[in-house]
Design a protein around this ligand. Sequence first.
Ligand SMILES: [Zn+2]
Ligand SMILES: [Zn+2]
Length: 390
Amino acid sequence: MNRFLTSSLLVLTTAFFPSLTAGMEIHVGLYYQKSLSSILFSASEGCYLFYGDGQLLDTIQTHESVYLSVVDDYVSVNHTGDQSGLYRQVYFGDMNDNGEFLLRPIDGNLEARSYHGHISFVADLGGLKMINRIELEKYIAAVVEAESGNQATLEFYKAQAVICRTYALKHLSRHASEGYHLCDDVHCQVYKGKLKDDPVIAEAAQATRSLVIIDRDSVLITGAFHANCGGQTVNSEDVWLQARPYLRSVTDPYCVVRNNRTWERKIGLDEWRNYLIKTGFDSGTAVSPPSAFRFLQEARTYLYTVRNHSIPFARIRNDWGFRSAFFSVDHAPGGSEIIIRGKGYGHGVGMCQEGAMQMSEEGKLFGDIIIYYFTDVTVTEFERLPPFRE
Ligand SMILES: [Zn+2]
Ligand SMILES: [Zn+2]
């Protein structure tokens, strides 16, 4: 990180985090890149202090709504007719820290979502920029739910919570130029509003409060994860070019009994031949007898090779939209199709979610799960780290 970024992050962090312990808050950009021009804010629970350009305009009681839309560079607000106006910035502050509000987009087909915390609105390039200020642990619980569903056990959710928290704290400056920490989309971590009624996930976030994963240099790790590795995870450089000492391939006996362990696709022989030519195989190799296309990938291999020609499995996966790059190519004698037999679901780097779920069901604890999938790492409290290491 360069000096400029370090100092701007310090400024940001001082402003956002008066204390690094209790009550740590994170600022999330909502409906990222959706360019909404109007939305309805409703107080579902609690009361909200309603500010326009820093001036207290009103108190929004439970079940009251405010309509917001963009007019030029301003946010136009309409609240029961008597509090209409144009403002540079509109802010709703949760008065007693127990509120819940609903955002209902008016244009487009976007879903309404419920949130905790506070929210600000400014006009930005014809759309509303919405920033949700939310307690870190509430945000983590909501992200864990969005990234892993509601079917797992406590220790799995704890591992996922530590990974999501590590990601959040490692990337606090990702959207600094836009005035917030993280967006709510896959670009950062998926955040669809508050945690639904799932006490197990809420407990997982609270029980691992402030815990993060660091590598052997005490730097927060990139905590990659995916649905199912098919029995072996992948070295990071085989997918993303960048080698990380903690993202090493490990064999995984746990996920091979789970839902996404295998998949299959059939492709016409001619289609497969044409594809190989398109990717640079010479036509002589591409018209080889079908048996030449067979390739058994028992352990993870980087390249699919036919005679002297090769192509990365990861590229084939992308081109065909396969569930994983961990597959064998087969052909039945006399058949007119290539049969792709695959294992796993996802890129295969880092924690295998289904393997982690299986480990937790077999009695393993979240710390066991983390050190199984990430090599040479330590789980520690964020507060113990030297400041702002990335
Ligand atoms: Zn983002
Ligand atoms: Zn696995």
